[in-house]
Each structure stands twice: as C-alpha cells, then as structure tokens.
Design a protein around this ligand. Structure first.
Ligand SMILES: [Zn+2]
Length: 101
C-alpha cells in the first residue's frame, strides 16, 4: 500500500535535499558577489539577492510537489513558503519517511 506512493515520495525527498545543495547558478552568484564586494561593493548585495532567489525558487518547487495520495501540495499550499513543511503531508498526513516497518 505504501509502494504506490513511493516514487513520488522519493522525488520529494530528493528535491528537498537538492534545494540545500549549492548548484552552479548559486555558486556563480556568490562568487560574483565576492568579487564584486572587492571591486564594486555597491553591486555585491545584488548578487547575494540573486543567490537567495535561486535558492528560494528551488525551495518553493520542493514544497509544492503534489502529494501522491491527496493531490494537494505536500509541503505547503500557502503563498509564502518558509520551508518544506514537515515529514508529513500538510493535507492528509501521508508520511514522507517510513517509520519502523
Ligand atoms: Zn496528502
């Protein structure tokens, strides 16, 4: 009964993990921000902001993956995403991580 949801749950776990990994666009923004703070300090906040936006978009995407059981966003359906949500679907409570089997 759990297996039918497992592939989507796996995807949610993966996306949550990926959101916290520094990928190329974020690293590029941070690197440019660092260079900019030495050369053109006025532009440094812009790159910091761009890095944050790139991270935030991944976070929102991960939080909005639909729950395989109830078809509602698994993490949150609020407009202001502050995190992935918990280990359970915010709508139906489906567990993201299996407890002791
Ligand atoms: Zn659900």
């Amino acid at each position: 009964m759990i297996t039918e949801y497992e592939s989507t749950l796996k995807e949610i776990r993966l996306k949550r993990k990926e959101a916290y990994q520094l990928d190329f666009p974020i690293l590029l923004c941070l690197a440019l921000g660092l260079v900019s703070s030495l050369v053109l300090p006025a532009f440094a906040p812009f790159f910091g902001l761009a890095a944050f936006v790139a991270f935030y978009r991944k976070l929102v995407k991960a939080a909005r993956i639909l729950c395989p059981r109830c078809n509602e966003p698994f993490g949150t359906n609020s407009n202001i995403v502050l995190g992935f949500g918990t280990g359970n679907c915010q709508q139906c409570g489906l567990a993201l991580y299996k407890n002791k089997s």
